[in-house]
Design a protein around this ligand. Structure first.
Ligand code: ZN
Length: 178
């Protein structure tokens, strides 16, 4: 799941000054996929591959927001279905048991199929709903909820939680004054 979490957080390039999009072009996507061992060779990806990868990522992020209580828009569900339609994953019996593989196929599809398969496995294991997107203003960071009862809402109480708490306090005080 750390892999899926890392994929979802490519929305924020922490190395860039503006913490903007990591996948700014197909080459940036290839570099990331290669760094995670999701592609063997460096495939020549197209703009269409980039668009699809981002659509898959945003679909998974919408699900991570849903895991944190934000309802899914019907349009988002349609987009998610369209983007993920036809993706496949290879399964193999390896020495340490059955495994999902990114496969030897060339291109972005096996990598995207593997990422979704890992998320599906987490759902079977009961850990998927713990992958949550933070609802903090200007946040959206995806985190794994390690709390005992799965009730964490913010990426980090120190940053977003405190910020939201102090904002709620501010408004309560403002209302009292008003
Ligand atoms: Zn946050």
């Amino acid at each position: 799941m750390a892999l899926v979490q890392a994929f979802l957080n490519t929305r924020f390039n922490l190395m860039a000054d503006d913490h903007g999009e990591t996948f700014t072009d197909p080459e940036a996507l290839v570099v990331w996929l290669a760094s995670r061992g999701l592609v063997d060779e460096r495939p020549d990806l197209t703009e269409a591959d980039l668009v699809r990868a981002i659509a898959i990522r945003e679909g998974l992020r919408a699900l991570a927001f849903a895991n944190n209580g934000r309802p899914l828009a019907a349009q988002t569900v349609t987009q998610m279905r369209r983007a993920s339609s036809g993706l496949q994953v290879e399964v193999r019996l390896e020495s340490d048991g059955p495994e999902f593989l990114a496969g030897d196929a060339y291109g972005v599809e096996p990598a995207l199929g593997l990422l979704i398969a890992v998320a599906a496995r987490a759902k079977v294991e009961g850990t998927w709903q713990r992958l949550k997107a933070c609802p903090g203003r200007n946040c959206g960071w995806v985190f794994f909820d390690h709390s005992r009862n799965g009730s964490s809402r913010w990426c980090s109480m120190k940053v977003c939680g405190d910020r939201e708490k102090s904002r709620a306090l501010y408004w309560r005080r403002a209302e009292r004054r008003g």
